[in-house]
Design a protein around this ligand. Structure first.
Ligand code: SF4
Length: 118
């Protein structure tokens, strides 16, 4: 099978052509550097994404606190992760970068605040 992808590793945005059979990538072309090949292989075999969302605040002047995972999580888990964030309530002030949920969903990543709450 062949698939075209746009590499998102840098602003150049190379268009990659990826051939694969089963789970094995057999050829990557169109990349201007090795990062593109690594991205293409990961995107076919185990796509990962940083989750960005917002947690509802209660008892704070801020209504929604923007959050993100500190590292990418499997793309297949994004829906679970969004549901978990939607169910959360933040009831204490936090600082930007502070962990909101350690080892979020047992994925080995932390959910962190991306701004101060008040
Ligand atoms: S292949 Fe390299 S140069 Fe092209 S978008 Fe990806 S990281 Fe940038």
């Amino acid at each position: 099978m062949t698939k075209e992808l746009v590499c998102i590793e840098c602003p150049v945005g190379c268009t990659l052509s990826v051939d694969w059979q089963g789970c094995a990538v057999t050829r990557v072309s169109g990349n201007k550097c090795p990062r593109g090949e690594k991205y293409a292989v990961e995107e076919i075999q185990n796509p990962m994404r940083i989750l960005t969302s917002a947690v509802v605040c209660e008892g704070l002047s801020l209504k929604m606190l923007p959050v993100r995972t500190d590292r990418p999580i499997p793309k297949a888990r994004l829906t679970d992760a969004m549901q978990a964030v939607r169910a959360m309530r933040l009831r204490r002030p936090v600082r930007s970068g502070e962990t909101i949920a350690a080892n979020f969903l047992n994925l080995g990543v932390d959910l962190i605040a991306t701004r101060d709450s008040t």
